[in-house]
Write a new protein. Sequence first.
Length: 82
Amino acid sequence: KSEPIYMQLVQFKVAWLATLLLISVFKGNAWSKGMFHDWTQYTAYAAGSFIVKGWCTMYLLAILDSMLKNVGEACTVLVTYF
């Protein structure tokens, strides 16, 4: 990996944002009322926590080796189903 972790994360998120914008343009009516028209305070809190969780997860995945990634994935499966 020749690029630093933060550069990899930004490249991933920019591609993700472009995809979401394209989907929102071609499907639904999000642009007619405004993107955040029906959002409440709790929706904003949930979105903020999701963004923080996503960045932390991507950072950890970028720095951990494959064995630790497999252990982490197994733990998340256990937590999800039990």
